[in-house]
Design a protein around this ligand. Structure first.
Ligand SMILES: NC(=O)c1ccc[n+]([C@@H]2O[C@H](COP(=O)([O-])OP(=O)(O)OC[C@H]3O[C@@H](n4cnc5c(N)ncnc54)[C@H](OP(=O)(O)O)[C@@H]3O)[C@@H](O)[C@H]2O)c1
Length: 309
């Protein structure tokens, strides 16, 4: 019997998030396809991923966003396209959108977003057009009338959480912790595999058509002060807090040009401006992932921090 699940093409399947999305798609029994560039076969890490995907019955199609003929052939084989190219390649999606339009068979497109909402962030003067580019892709999708879903997961757990939001560090602090602003503004962290699971759940869900899914899972929304308190309890020790005011943080951001200041810009966005949480999801017309899919068992921040002990 033919599967009633949509066929999904993942562009960026050899990347960090794309590979997680592929695993979630396989777990959910979607016929899964991936567009793979020739260069991926000469990278040992990517070759391991390719072997895993082939062993999991994923159909890998050679091509790239720049190879129009192969791209259209790939898009024509599926119902849904999920793009997970990196933020530097967001504008390459301008080649994908006409292919989706021409193929005419795509019921849902998930562009490469997977962060804070690019229409609502308040750091456009600082972020080297990081969010403006993602917002521009949204406008093209909407102007072309392509059915879509935007996934706004906020921070991946692999970003900033391993250091407990201490720029330049890779491990949590043991004596002193820097707190930006007053430390009371809440940000959101979601594990990459959970971002993938929520995204795949939305694929065949009519409620998410032409909507934005925000992820604010209970247990994953915390201020810097709360993060430090959780960590202090886990290590059984109080940390000295060093407060950096908004003005001092802005000065540091401006003194260190992009890309050296990227951690500080994202910290400013989330934990000073409140870009992950300052707006109400319901009144924004969006949907919250854990309310849509309460069955998904996700990793909380506390559980993630336990792995760092
Ligand atoms: N919220 C967060 O904290 C956070 C953190 C990181 C990333 N993100 C977002 O997640 C998304 C994915 O990022 P990522 O870090 O997972 O990306 P990544 O690991 O750099 O992977 C990018 C993927 O895109 C593929 N690709 C690049 N250019 C391509 C092209 N022209 N044609 C076809 N495939 C192409 C790459 O293929 P090759 O293997 O051939 O190079 C690779 O598979 C982005 O939107 C990014 O902004 C969010």
């Amino acid at each position: 019997m033919a599967s009633s699940k949509s066929k999904i093409l993942i562009i960026g399947i050899t990347g960090s998030l794309g590979f997680e999305i592929a695993k979630a798609s396989i777990n959910a029994s979607h016929p899964t396809f991936g567009l793979v560039r020739d260069s991926a076969f000469s990278d040992p890490n990517k070759l391991n991923k390719i072997r895993f995907l082939l062993n999991s019955s994923v159909t890998l199609l050679k091509g790239s966003l720049q190879d129009e003929t192969r791209l259209i052939e790939a898009v024509k084989q599926v119902d849904v396209v999920i793009c997970a190219v990196s933020s530097n390649q967001v504008f390459d999606q301008k080649l994908l959108i006409p292919a989706i339009k021409q193929a005419g068979c795509i019921k849902r497109f998930f562009p490469s977003e997977f962060g804070a909402d690019p229409d609502r962030t308040q750091v456009s003067h600082l972020d080297n057009n990081f969010y403006t580019r993602k917002a521009e892709i949204r406008r093209i999708i909407e102007a072309e009338g392509i059915p879509h879903t935007y996934t706004c997961c906020n921070f991946f757990m692999s970003v900033l959480l391993p250091s407990l939001v201490q720029p330049g560090r890779r491990t949590p602090p043991t004596d002193k912790a820097i707190v930006f602003g007053d430390g009371n503004v809440k940000g959101v962290f979601v594990k990459e595999s959970d971002v993938a699971a929520f995204t795949i759940s939305a694929v065949d869900d009519p409620r998410t058509l032409n909507k934005t899914i925000y992820l604010r899972p209970p247990g994953n929304v915390h201020s810097l002060n709360e993060l430090i308190e959780i960590w202090e309890i886990k290590i059984g020790k109080n940390l000295e807090r060093i407060y950096i005011t908004e003005e001092e943080l802005l000065k540091k951001i401006l003194e260190n040009p992009y890309p050296y200041n990227w951690e500080l810009v994202f910290i400013y966005s989330a934990f000073v401006k409140g870009d992950h949480t300052y707006f109400d999801i319901d009144s924004s017309g969006g949907l919250e992932g854990t309310q849509l899919y309460p069955h998904i068992k996700y990793t909380t921040i506390s559980e993630y921090l336990d792995t760092l002990l």
